[in-house]
Design a protein around this ligand. Structure first.
Ligand code: 4G3
Length: 232
């Protein structure tokens, strides 16, 4: 998958792109990520990317011309959907992530300040996505959230942990409890079934725990899960 990111803070992405999951995916040719500095698409000496909102009010709005130029240039190389990360977007969940992970590529606009000029949304944006109902100062962190969530679902990126994931209906159930050494910690022992070596029993135990937990902690997700297994 090829992902193009348009941002006024390209530097924010360097450490992120060096994290093991992303780096491995890139070196194996499964991911191709390009970070574009919006300022490179300005044509004035001060490389201005923002301006005051018509009608007044606090904050700045990203100007349309550099964004349009950036998008048009990128589209020539990566003719895919333009995604705008905004609190007004469709809220991301694991089902939506799964759908996005099947795309050939994505172009992601990171807004700042008060957002982008409305005409860019009208003319170029195909999908508006929110990572949750809260406000951040920019779309950079949401775009990293989206990229990491999508990357781990690209075939070959993650190791084959897929068996339990499939059984717990990826994205519908919370994970089961996890333990590592020592066997006993502050008087609490690891559940016997996990050291039994009986993989069928372990799998059953994990799915049960996942269901139990989801029903208790996230009844909304549990309802979705029940509907999903009925329809299968
Ligand atoms: C657009 C996304 C972008 C308009 C972006 C603010 C939160 C999210 C921005 C705007 C963002 C999110 C930048 N904050 N929940 N901030 O996905 O008002």
């Amino acid at each position: 998958m090829r992902i193009d990111i348009i941002t006024i803070f390209p530097g924010i992405f360097s450490n992120f792109l060096e994290t093991s999951l992303i780096q491995r995916a890139i070196s194996e040719g499964l991911l191709n990520i390009r970070v574009h500095n919006l300022r490179d698409f300005t044509s004035d000496p001060h490389r201005v990317v923002d301006d005051y909102p018509y009608g007044g009010g606090a904050g700045m709005v990203l100007k349309p011309e550099p964004l349009a130029l950036a998008i048009e240039n990128i589209k020539n190389e990566n003719p895919v959907n333009v995604i705008y990360l905004t609190p007004q977007g469709r809220v991301l969940d694991q089902q939506y992530v799964k759908e996005l992970s099947k795309r050939e590529g994505l172009i992601i606009i990171c807004g700042r300040y008060r957002g982008i000029d409305e005409r860019i949304r009208e003319l170029y944006v195909d999908e508006e996505i929110s990572i949750g109902d809260y406000l951040l100062s920019g779309g950079e962190i949401p775009s990293m959230v989206l990229i990491e969530a999508v990357s781990r679902l690209i075939p070959g990126v993650l190791g084959n942990e897929s068996s339990i994931e499939e059984e717990t209906f990826t994205g519908y159930l919370l994970d089961s409890p996890q333990y590592t050494r020592p066997y006993e910690f502050k008087g609490i022992k690891v559940p016997e079934v996990l050291i039994s070596g009986d993989h069928k029993e372990i799998s059953k135990w994990r799915i049960n725990k996942a269901r139990e937990r989801t029903k208790k902690l996230r009844p909304d997700l549990y309802e979705k899960y029940l509907k999903k297994i009925i329809s299968k």
